[in-house]
Design a protein around this ligand. Structure first.
Ligand code: NZQ
Ligand code: ZN
Length: 381
């Protein structure tokens, strides 16, 4: 285990009816910019709950933060926040609304810096306080300090880091209205978040190995239960909490991380519009295959402890584990091949070119260059 310092400052407010807590979580003397996506919150009752809880607060609304939030939209929200002189921002919606809100909070705090410049530097040095009511369990954004922003003009998608949300409210009942495809994408996202922090170097931390295995096993266990009944509170609560625990920096303490699947997936989203979770379902089996030697001990451990893969030679077991991971994504109804999305070699070459031009070295061994990304994607045609 490496040395590490851990501090996660988000207050997590979890459970049925908890949106009402907004009334006391936000001081009455604060002017709040409340941000939304395209309107799902108006159809599932979340908007009414937020309005009711904030009826005595001074609020301004900004609507229209799209999935894979675009800097072009967020610049408009930053202007509203500055014109209205708001003190904090409250995101109500999925990971995109919250990620966008993290950039809005940075843009308001640094009015002289263009929002895309903040993203490209990788770190927001200053943000006004922000918080969330999260309605889609997937990104962990509700309890982490990252955000991923797209630029339509350049067809790029990059992450930046900054502060943690002051608080996040998670009511599992808000997930009852999620479209089935969105749930599938989010389950793939949760599982791959764990893989990015677990399927790396072996023998680093017994605690975190078992923690990550527990979160992945939970996501895999609830997947068919959600398909059977999306209104089962306890199932949706486990689903929602697993998303938070997969990416709130707990399972990365003192261990190496990969993230190459995410980096490749972001390119598929930026260039072809593939939904985030589905991009990971397509790429991950290729990452595991191309890097199977360096990940072998972890693939075998995962196979034995979570998937019950215990028979055969080491190579045969690794094959079985990768096949079972792909089968899990397929069981969710997700595409696992580029061809299913109409994506061909031209896009693969563009991603390899971009990565080589940027001189990237992703992954726990820093060996995923543009050429290795090409190799991974060619296995997924
Ligand atoms: O926009 P509205 O109308 O609200 O509808 C949304 C959107 O269309 C809908 N939705 C959300 N909650 C709902 C609901 N529909 C019905 N009922 C509900 N309760 O779902 C659609 C997708 O929402 P989005 O926020 O885009 O999904 P998600 O939460 O998966 O966020 C994806 C974004 O997060 C980034 C991704 O790259 C992508 O841009 N990520 C952020 C991370 C982070 N901050 O740490 C890490 C992740 O790896 C990821 O990269
Ligand atoms: Zn993700």
């Amino acid at each position: 285990m490496f040395n590490f310092v851990f501090q996660n400052t988000t207050k997590l407010v979890f459970g049925r009816g908890q949106i009402a807590q907004l009334q006391t979580l936000i001081e009455k003397n604060k002017k709040v910019l409340v941000t939304f996506g395209g309107g799902s919150v108006k159809r599932n009752g979340v908007y009414e709950q937020v309005r009711e809880a904030l009826k005595d607060h001074n609020t301004v609304e900004f609507w229209g933060i799209e999935p894979n939030p675009a800097v072009e939209t967020l610049r408009k929200a930053i202007k509203v926040g500055l014109d209205e002189q708001v003190d904090m921002v409250l995101a109500v919606g999925g990971g995109s609304v919250l990620d966008g809100t993290k950039l809005i909070a940075a843009g308001i705090a640094c009015p002289d810096t263009d929002a895309w410049t903040i993203v490209k530097t990788g770190t927001a040095t200053k943000q006004i306080p922000f918080a969330s009511v999260m309605t889609l369990p997937a990104t962990g954004s509700e309890m982490n300090n990252g955000a991923v922003i797209s630029c339509h003009e350049t067809k790029e998608k990059f992450a930046f880091r900054g502060d943690y949300p002051v608080f996040s409210i998670l009511d599992p009942e808000t997930t009852y209205s999620l479209p089935k495809h969105q749930i599938a994408c989010s389950l793939a996202d949760i599982v791959v978040h764990c893989f990015e922090q677990y399927m790396t170097t072996s023998g680093q931390s017994r605690v975190l190995d078992r923690w990550a295995e527990g979160v992945i096993a939970t996501a895999m266990e609830v997947a068919p239960l959600i398909q059977a009944d999306q209104h089962n509170y306890d199932v949706m609560a486990d689903y929602m909490f697993s998303a938070t625990m997969a990416l709130n920096n707990f399972i990365r303490m003192g261990v190496t991380q990969d993230w190459s699947t995410h980096q490749i997936g972001h390119e598929l989203t930026a260039l072809c519009g593939v939904t985030h979770g589905e991009s990971l379902a397509i790429v991950y089996p290729g990452t595991a295959e191309v890097l199977r030697e360096q990940k072998k001990a972890k693939l075998l451990q995962f196979g034995e402890r979570v998937l019950g893969v215990c028979e055969g030679s080491e190579d045969e077991r690794v094959d079985q584990v990768i096949a079972k991971i792909e089968a899990f994504f397929k069981s969710l109804g997700l595409a696992t091949r580029l061809s299913e999305k109409g994506i061909g070699v031209d896009v693969v070459e563009e991603i390899a070119r971009r990565f080589n031009e940027r001189g990237v070295h992703f992954g726990e061994a820093k060996n995923v260059t543009g050429d290795v990304a090409r190799e991974i994607l060619m296995k997924r045609l």
